[in-house]
Ligand binder design. Structure first.
Ligand SMILES: [Zn+2]
Length: 301
């Protein structure tokens, strides 16, 4: 797929970390060497929140700090090598026992203090850790599975099956009609919180077919020319958001209120006004969302 980004310097939040996943060298022996390396680092998690520096940035500690401390299954996960420095992550049960003065922050709030690349590393750690927490039992035979290869898979000793972390593909689309874009408000969202429509890809569908189906299901309109713009890893818990743009065949909406509260057309000038803070037609989307960047891409295009 051809990628269209706003500029060469643009980095999508939760992406762009130049981490070598080191998939081919994850032997037990090599992982033991990595974790003992003097410059090895560990990103700490606690109940899904991440440790940050009070001055901004991720707080990374040496993995040896965790020896003898209570950490959750699967133990330290090897995220990969960053400029040959081994980077691990671990979910700490009792952070106050580490004597490290760790401050944990929800990743959404922490986005204010982190670079896109740091969010990428934290997002990978969070997604992998949550996959382990929720996949302790074998889906084939129900027995407890064991982490392996530094935490990028789990193995079942009972039926010999292997299990890999899931990434769930989701389409998120700007639906365009002339100089207007369609935005919707999800169930339970605050008044004025509008975003691009989105939906999970279903088995047997192409990306383009999902855009057509989801748009028709949610707002009752037919679309054409679905095109890929850019994508984003989304760590709640582990989605791949596939940013698309398409053209509406009609502006007459038939909103499925079981799926969304409301949907409305906004002109490019209205969206521009929201972005340059001269109008309040809807609440500006957080900068760490792909929807924010899809709209920015559209008004700048
Ligand atoms: Zn099994």
């Amino acid at each position: 797929m051809e990628s269209h980004t706003r500029s060469k310097s643009f980095i999508m939040p939760f992406s762009g970390d130049e981490l070598d996943h080191a998939e081919t060298i994850r032997t037990t022996e090599q992982l033991e060497v990595f974790i003992k390396q003097n410059d090895a680092k560990c990103l700490c998690l606690n109940n899904g929140s991440i440790a940050i520096e009070s001055t901004g940035g991720l707080k990374l500690i040496h993995p040896s700090t965790l020896i003898g401390k209570k950490i959750n299954d699967p133990g330290p996960v090897f995220l990969g090598l960053k400029k040959n420095i081994p980077i691990f992550s671990a979910s700490i049960v009792e952070p106050n026992t580490l004597n490290q003065d760790l401050v944990f922050e929800d990743l959404r709030k922490a986005s204010k203090f982190l670079s896109p690349q740091e969010m990428s590393l934290a997002g990978r750690a969070k997604s992998l850790m949550e996959w382990h927490i929720n996949h302790r039992f074998c889906p084939k035979c129900g027995q407890i599975t064991q982490p392996s290869s530094g935490g990028i898979k789990r193995e079942c000793n009972s039926c010999s099956s292997e299990h890999f972390p899931r990434v769930n593909p989701v389409v998120i689309m700007l639906i365009i009609s002339k100089n207007k874009v369609l935005l919707g408000r999800g169930k339970g969202w605050p008044e004025g919180a509008m975003s691009a429509l989105a939906g999970f890809i279903s088995p047997g569908e192409t990306i383009e077919e999902t855009v057509k189906r989801e748009t028709f299901e949610e707002v009752g309109i037919k679309i054409e020319n679905p095109k890929y713009i850019f994508s984003q890893p989304w760590p709640w818990p582990s989605q791949l958001m596939i940013g698309m743009v398409c053209e509406a065949q009609s502006e007459d909406l038939n909103i499925n209120t079981a799926e969304i509260e409301e949907a409305r057309w906004f002109t490019k000038d209205q969206v521009k006004a929201v972005y340059n803070k001269s109008g309040d037609h809807f609440l500006r989307l957080p900068k760490f969302t792909i929807a924010h960047h899809l709209l920015k891409n559209w008004i700048e295009g």
